[in-house]
Design a protein around this ligand. Sequence first.
Ligand code: DX5
Ligand code: ZN
Length: 224
Amino acid sequence: MKKYLISTSILSADFSKLGEDTQKVLKSGADMLHFDIMDNHYVENLTFGPIICKSLRNYGITAPIDIHLMIKPVDRIIPEFIKAGANIISFHPETSKHIDKTIQIIKNYGCKVGLVFNPTTSLNYLKYIINKIDRIVLMSVNPGFGGQLFIENIFDKIKDAKKIIDKSGYKIDLEIDGGININNISKISELGANIFVIGTAIFKEKNYKLIINKIKKKINLFNN
Ligand code: DX5
Ligand code: ZN
C-alpha cells in the first residue's frame, strides 16, 4: 500500500465531461477521486448524489472513491453511496445524532470510514472511537467550496492529530482537505499527513501530469 496518496476533489473538474476529465487526472498520477457531497443545509452549497458515483463506475473508473459527506442528517443515504461504488465514506461528527451508530452503518457494508474535522472542531471526538475508524480528515478550509485559501492554523492541528494516531497504535490515515497546493504540501506532509485532497491546484492546470509530478516531488512521492 503506497504511503502517500493524492485524492483529487472532483468539485473542480469539468462537469461537462466528468468521466473523461477524471479518467485523465487518474492517468496523470492521482490515486483516488474525492467526492464533496453537499446538501445546502449543513453547508451552503449543493453538489451531487450517488448517481455521479454510479455513472463514473459505469464509465470505467476503477480507482478508489473517497466520499466526503457534508450533509445532515447523514445515516439514511450512506448505503446508496456504498452501493454506487464508494470505497471510503467520511462524515463530520456534528452531522450525526449517534456517531458510533453512523460508523457502524458504514462498516456493516464493508466500507472504510473516516471522521472529518472542521478547522475549529475538537479532536476530542476521537476519544472513544479511535479504534473504529480508518481515516481522520482535517479540513484546512471551511467546508462548502473549492478554491479557498489554506488555513495555516491547521499546521498545528496536523501535529496534534498525528500524535493521537501514533499514541493509539492503530493504522489510521491522516487526510488534509482544502487549499492544498505546490507551496504548502511539503510542510503538510512533513507534519505527518499522508493523504492530500487537491482540487483547484490540479484541475486549474492544462497539463495534469506536469502539476501532479511537481506535487509528488514536493512530497517526495517518487520514493513512495
Ligand atoms: C471543501 C471541500 C474540499 C475542497 C478541496 O468543502 O471539502 O474538498 O473542495 O478543493 P480545493 O483543492 O479547491 O481547495
Ligand atoms: Zn472534501
